[in-house]
Write a protein that binds this ligand. Structure first.
Ligand code: SF4
Length: 83
């Protein structure tokens, strides 16, 4: 099996690797409602990540996190203070 090419400006949800997609989706689903970012702010955070040069295949190169998980946590912060 070939290794998927890294994708700049892609979130994990847009990648073809279903194992990583499932892991990220499960992690987001496990965040309790009172710790979860509301949907509007979540989408706003992800849109900032999508225009950031530090995004690579859904991973933030500044901190190594999957941005979809970090952004889903209300108290989560961008390591470069972009959100
Ligand atoms: S968390 Fe911040 S530094 Fe990382 S990709 Fe998103 S906007 Fe860029």
């Amino acid at each position: 099996m070939s290794t998927p090419k890294p994708c700049r400006k892609c979130l994990v949800s847009a990648l073809s690797d279903s194992t990583v997609k499932q892991t990220v989706a499960r992690s987001v689903a496990e965040i309790s409602q009172n710790e979860k970012t509301d949907e509007k702010d979540y989408q706003k955070r992800l849109s900032i990540c999508l225009s950031c040069d530090n995004l690579l295949s859904g991973t933030c190169l500044s901190c190594g996190c999957y941005v979809e998980i970090r952004a889903a946590i209300k108290r989560g912060r961008c390591p470069d203070k972009k959100w």
